[in-house]
Design a protein around this ligand. Structure first.
Ligand code: SF4
Length: 493
């Protein structure tokens, strides 16, 4: 058997961009490094895949001793089928040098059924292409499939005691879609093989395909000549609109004409960049600050979203609060106080989180939150989980004041905000001395990943180190809010 030219992932890569496939085959060293967030998504996929095997227990894993030895995997799958195996995990097939590794292959009443597992709660167009390719390879390699299905996570499942595997997953046949795609798949395979074997790199310009369906991992290479302060740095403007400007020769924000089709906020940003000026609406700022009388609480939550629920009465991907930070100022002149909570790993954090936050916010004062939607949803969720605290939670929610409002309404706008009101853009623009750059955990998604990993951490030193990093990160979020508030107070005059 000859080594494969295309695998499922390189085939899908080629569908997104021929140049990406070529670079992957010939210059893989130019690939951008995998971020911690991406790695965590891969790991999550693997964990869910292993759990889904329990839908069809007692199978044989066809994975070879050396994972990259795909030829052995294909041969082992053939052997298992010939020897009468009825459930095979990681079943490998190859046809015309296209390799497909299927998550679960099952024989029922003499007929074969294929199952591909996804850690998502929805079926995307890419998953249908993925299943269509699997169907093409498996059936053309000589194994007739009675059906092919996608196994996804059922987001309506609520954990009660032990995880119920049949209820956690939903199975949907996609044979109809796979059959409809077969001709197209054959054509695309032929075209992709040509690209993969070509000595010539396809001439593909940067365009919307760089972001869809996934952010391409060769952007560090292809986008290196895009200048600083380009139109791509205007957050909130759609990719088609950005490319329309870029391809019309308006590469820099300063080159965008006065008359353009962009919205009001994008034009405020363009004006601020061109004039190199901060925009301040003092009456609007004063009106906002009137609602923010001392004493003030500056509060931020961190949550994590386990794909497989860890605690009773929770659903897959539910936001579970595990940490908060509060900075408190009794008066404008009073010293800054700090309170925090980080749940012990290995326990359901919700009740301890709730009791602690109610205690820390029991005295009067507005509770400032930056972009309060998640915090509101978390507290509303806790009301359902612990109805005996409903009144107290409602009392806290009534005191909420969203610090994002003056930025959202552009009552204060700095050109370095890049048309974004995310605190990660607003803080460096307004308070450049305070930065997340030196933190080991520097974003909400990194905090989410770190805490989820902690659930299985047994090394005490590592555990303490990560807990320290989480505390530092969350503290920074609320300190950032305090500093932003001070900027607004100053600007209001
Ligand atoms: S960055 Fe864009 S042009 Fe370059 S390989 Fe990726 S998708 Fe293709």
């Amino acid at each position: 058997m000859e080594k494969h030219i295309l695998s499922k992932s390189t085939f899908l890569r080629g569908l997104q961009c021929a140049k990406s496939l070529y670079l992957y085959k010939n210059f893989i060293q130019l690939r951008d490094p995998v971020s911690a967030e991406q790695q965590s998504i891969f790991n999550r996929g693997n964990n869910v895949g292993v759990l889904a095997q329990q839908l069809f227990p007692n199978g044989t894993d066809a994975t070879p001793a050396k994972r990259s030895d795909n030829i052995s995997a294909v041969e082992r799958t053939q052997q298992l089928i010939a020897n009468g195996a009825e459930v095979i995990y990681e079943a490998a097939f190859q046809h015309e040098q296209v390799l497909a590794i299927l998550d679960i292959l099952v024989k029922k009443n003499g007929l074969w059924y294929a199952y591909e597992v996804k850690s998502s709660t929805k079926i995307s167009p890419v998953y249908l292409l993925d299943a269509s390719l699997q169907y093409w390879v498996i059936t053309n390699s000589g194994l007739a499939l009675e059906d092919i299905s996608l196994v996804i996570i059922n987001n309506q499942y609520v954990k009660k005691g032990e995880i119920s595997i049949p209820e956690l997953f939903s199975i949907r046949s996609v044979k109809k879609e796979a059959l409809a795609n077969q001709e197209m798949i054959a054509e695309k395979i032929a075209a992709s093989k040509q690209v993969a074997l070509s000595a010539q790199m396809p001439d593909v310009k940067i365009a919307e395909q760089c972001f869809s369906p996934y952010a391409c991992d060769f952007m560090g290479n292809c986008w290196k000549n895009v200048p600083k302060d380009s139109v791509f740095e205007i957050t909130g403007v759609s990719k088609p609109e950005q490319f329309l400007l870029y391809n019309a020769g308006h590469r820099l924000i300063t080159e965008i004409p006065e008359e353009n089709a962009l919205d009001k906020f994008a034009n405020i940003h363009i004006r601020a960049v061109k004039n190199k000026s901060v925009i301040t609406d003092q009456p609007a700022l004063k009106k906002f600050l009137e609602k923010a009388e001392y004493p003030l609480f500056f509060m931020d939550f961190e949550t994590f979203m386990p794909a497989i629920p860890l605690y009773n009465d929770t659903k897959p991907y539910q936001h579970i609060p595990f940490q908060y930070s509060i900075h408190y100022k009794k008066s404008k002149e009073a010293p800054l106080e700090h309170f925090e909570f980080l749940a012990e790993q290995g326990m359901d954090p919700r009740k301890a989180f709730l009791l602690s936050i109610l205690e820390h916010t029991k005295t009067e004062g507005a509770i400032l939150v930056y972009d309060a939607l998640m915090e509101r949803n978390v507290l509303n969720g806790l009301k359902k989980d612990f109805p005996e605290y409903k009144n107290e939670i409602d009392a806290r929610l009534e005191r909420f004041l969203d610090l994002i409002i003056p930025f959202q309404e552009r009552s204060y706008y700095h050109p370095a905000m890049k048309n974004s009101v995310s605190i990660k853009n607003v803080l460096p623009a307004l308070v450049p001395d305070l930065s997340y750059n030196n933190l080991k955990i520097a974003s909400g998604s990194m905090a989410m990943i770190a805490y989820e990993k902690l659930q299985k951490e047994t090394d005490m030193f590592k555990l303490l180190e990560v807990r320290e990093q989480l505390l530092e990160y969350c503290k920074m979020d609320t300190l950032a809010m305090v500093k932003l508030f001070e900027v607004l107070e100053k600007a209001a005059g």
